[in-house]
Design a protein around this ligand. Structure first.
Ligand SMILES: C[S@@+](CC[C@H](N)C(=O)[O-])C[C@H]1O[C@@H](n2cnc3c(N)ncnc32)[C@H](O)[C@@H]1O
Length: 234
């Protein structure tokens, strides 16, 4: 997600004056720091959701106290408690079940508040996880939504997992096959859009594992998003 910050995410947030942000999946905090610098300058707030963040919490607190709240739980546990947000960055558990129900919870809050759907920015909308699930914690995914998986590598252009030097992410719990129903981040977004009554648009960048921006925006805002995305050269 961090690679998209300078050329895409920051200019879009600035141009649309969006300040109240949720980040799902912080890991070592590379994007988190960018978001917190942004919040310090704009007077924004950040809510960070990650059950196992790997950044130095003491250092973050020293630099950005008052600008953020950290929730060390999963997105599906925390999102029902949150209100009043304009932007959600989704880069947590890259599987159909988690992403579909994250979007459902955001939609529920949108409908309850009477506001417009927030700007939802999703990483990993292309290969390898656009059409393939990955599970950080398979036991947390209900059986009926969990695809057969294994700790084995992924090779582009091949559906089955493979143990090979040119395969990626062999240390992760990857779905055994690519494609089909309820498999992958992009499939979850498409299914959510089909099931939603809201007039949503999806903007996509195909490089760097993919970025999707799902939102409910005016015509002039579409032009701004398209301009920034095309101008980013990503
Ligand atoms: C790909 S990393 C995030 C990278 C980060 N966004 C960046 O730009 O550097 C995924 C993170 O999601 C967290 N995670 C896994 N399952 C999650 C869930 N259900 N809810 C929230 N975060 C989750 C993991 O602990 C991990 O730190």
């Amino acid at each position: 997600m961090n690679r998209f910050w300078g050329p895409v995410i920051k200019p879009i947030l600035l141009s649309m004056r969006l300040n109240n942000i949720i980040e799902i999946g912080a890991y070592k905090g590379e994007t988190t720091i960018q978001l917190l610098n942004y919040c310090q300058k704009t007077g924004g707030t950040l809510r960070i959701i990650d059950p196992l963040p790997l950044f130095d919490e003491g250092a973050l607190n020293k630099l950005y106290k008052g600008y953020y709240q950290l929730y060390k739980k999963t997105s599906l546990e925390v999102l029902p408690m949150l209100k009043d947000y304009e932007v959600v960055l989704i880069d947590g558990d890259h599987n159909w079940y988690t992403v579909y129900y994250e979007l459902k919870l955001i939609e529920k809050e949108t409908l309850a508040s009477g506001k417009t759907f927030p700007l939802v920015i999703l990483h990993d909308t292309e290969w390898p996880y656009g059409r393939r699930d990955m599970y950080y914690n398979p036991d947390q995914i209900p059986m009926e939504f969990r695809n057969p998986y294994a700790k084995s590598g992924i090779r582009q252009g091949q559906s089955e997992l493979i143990q090979s030097a040119d395969a990626v992410n062999a240390q992760l719990n990857n779905a055994r096959t690519e494609g089909g129903i309820r498999n992958g981040v992009l499939t979850a977004i498409e299914d959510f859009m089909k099931d939603s009554q809201l007039p949503l648009e999806l903007f996509r960048i195909h490089s760097n594992n993919g970025l999707g921006i799902l939102c409910q925006v005016e015509e002039y805002e579409k032009k701004v998003i398209n301009y920034i995305m095309n101008d980013s050269n990503l």
